[in-house]
Design a protein around this ligand. Structure first.
Ligand SMILES: Nc1ncnc2c1ncn2[C@@H]1O[C@H](COP(=O)(O)OP(=O)(O)OP(=O)(O)O)[C@@H](O)[C@H]1O
Ligand SMILES: [Mg+2]
Length: 405
């Protein structure tokens, strides 16, 4: 009876041993593929290793791998082994869509049950140069819901794959999918980090320099008007030119600090309330405004990042007051709460309709966005309240780490 061992053992012993042997072999194949994928220095090499191992596993010689290009969505032949001459010698035969790729991209080749053996549309109708190959099994390569590509394994005959084989091939498809997706994810993370860094730099440059350059312009304009109106009395004009020079030097220092990715010298090692008071004095002097700073920050609970972002925010809000508000008085308030801290900048100026872009030749519009981004970066919210003729209040509320109860 089939399955009986020579020593008269139970009939299930032989199939059970076969099953275990096969399972062992499958595990060792998966392990070898995982090792090959890990060891390979680039994706092509990794996929080639996987292809060789899988063709071995199925007792086949020939196979190839397509990956779908992320940008163009076009299939690209990444690797192939032992292509029959009909495909190897005519590169056009291995370009573009075919039946199995179309099926895959439609989403009809999604799992083990669908790893099927199909008649290869690239070999269809060919007689010479096919080495008898006319069918192939297609293993979809997925990473989560992303369709990455297909591995094709060519065979002479159509044969139904056993459920175990289908399961193993699907697992291999997922293994390969992870190997393909991993470097792409790294590349995407690096791109996102670079984009975030560029944005931060743009924000810092804008907030550090826009107001200094606006102030320099204002000083020089005043000096020019004074020299034109009363050239015999240049003392005040000199003062304005000197103030412009002071700001130019400070701006240069800021640019250097940003370029060297140092902490802003404007904030320096001072705690936030002190830095805000110095900022207010500078604005009051430069723009002839009355700027009052109230409140304290639970400095020990604010990270350097929170301090510098809030400082920059105040800087931009004050610059907006100076540029747009025609205000007399400004109030800067720092209000620590149990779980969050609030920074507000209020003015008694002309106000504006929030959300409506300013008219005029240079509507600008980077400052409010940069303030919103800064606050969002800290996990907080920015509110801008304003009405024409009723002044403007910009309020940033950000959570404080380990807030008191
Ligand atoms: N305190 C304010 N008083 C009156 N209007 C203001 C005030 N703050 C902002 N605005 C209005 O909101 C608009 C948008 O401000 P935002 O800071 O985004 O851009 P900007 O100051 O014009 O240019 P940028 O900041 O890019 O140099 C301003 O152009 C102005 O019309
Ligand atoms: Mg602005």
């Amino acid at each position: 009876m089939a399955g009986h061992s020579a020593d008269g053992g139970a009939p299930w012993v032989e199939p059970e041993r076969e099953r275990l042997l096969r399972r062992n072999r499958e595990l060792s194949v998966l392990n070898t593929i995982a090792e090959g994928l890990n060891r390979a220095v680039d994706l092509r090499e990794a996929l080639h290793t996987a292809l060789v191992l899988v063709t071995d596993l199925l007792g086949l010689r020939t196979g190839w791998v397509w990956l779908v290009d992320e940008q163009t969505a076009e299939p690209e032949l990444i690797t192939a082994q032992h292509l029959p001459p009909a495909l190897r010698d005519d590169p056009s035969r291995m370009r573009g869509m075919c039946y199995c790729l179309r099926t895959f991209l439609r989403g009809d080749l999604s799992g083990a049950a669908n790893v099927n053996v199909v008649e290869c549309s690239r070999l269809q109708g060919l007689i010479a140069g096919t080495e008898g190959l006319h069918f192939h099994a297609s293993i979809p390569i997925y990473a989560g819901p992303h369709r990455l590509g297909v591995m094709n394994l060519a065979a002479v005959d159509w044969r139904e794959l056993a459920p175990d084989e289908l399961q193993l091939l699907s697992t291999i498809g997922y293994q390969i999918g992870i190997a393909v997706e991993r470097p792409r994810l790294h590349a995407r993370a690096a791109e996102a980090a670079a984009a975030e860094e560029r944005l931060r730099l743009a924000r810092d440059l804008h907030d550090a320099l826009a107001q200094s350059i606006a102030a320099i312009g204002l000083h020089l304009e005043t000096a020019d008007a004074l020299l034109e109106g009363a050239p015999q009395c240049p003392r005040v004009a000199h003062e304005k030119v000197r103030a412009a020079l002071r700001l130019t030097r400070a701006s240069l220092q800021e640019v250097r600090a940003i370029v060297h990715n140092l902490r802003s010298p404007a904030l320096g090692s001072r705690p936030l309330p002190e830095a805000l008071r110095a900022l207010a004095t500078e604005y009051a002097r430069t723009y002839g405004l009355s700027v009052e700073v109230r409140g304290t920050a639970p400095t020990a609970r604010l990270t350097p990042m929170q301090e510098s972002q809030l400082f920059r925010l105040a800087q931009e809000a004050l610059t907006n007051v100076a540029k747009h508000a025609a205000a007399h008085r400004v109030w800067v308030r720092l209000t620590p709460g149990p779980h969050r801290i609030t920074l507000s900048v209020r003015d008694d100026g002309r106000g504006f309709i929030v959300g409506r872009p300013a008219a005029g030749p240079a509507p600008g519009g980077y400052g409010l966005k940069s303030m919103t981004d800064r606050v969002r970066l800290l996990g907080g919210v920015l509110r801008v309240r304003s009405q024409p003729g009723r002044g403007t209040t910009v309020t940033a509320t950000v959570p404080v780490e380990g807030g008191e109860s």
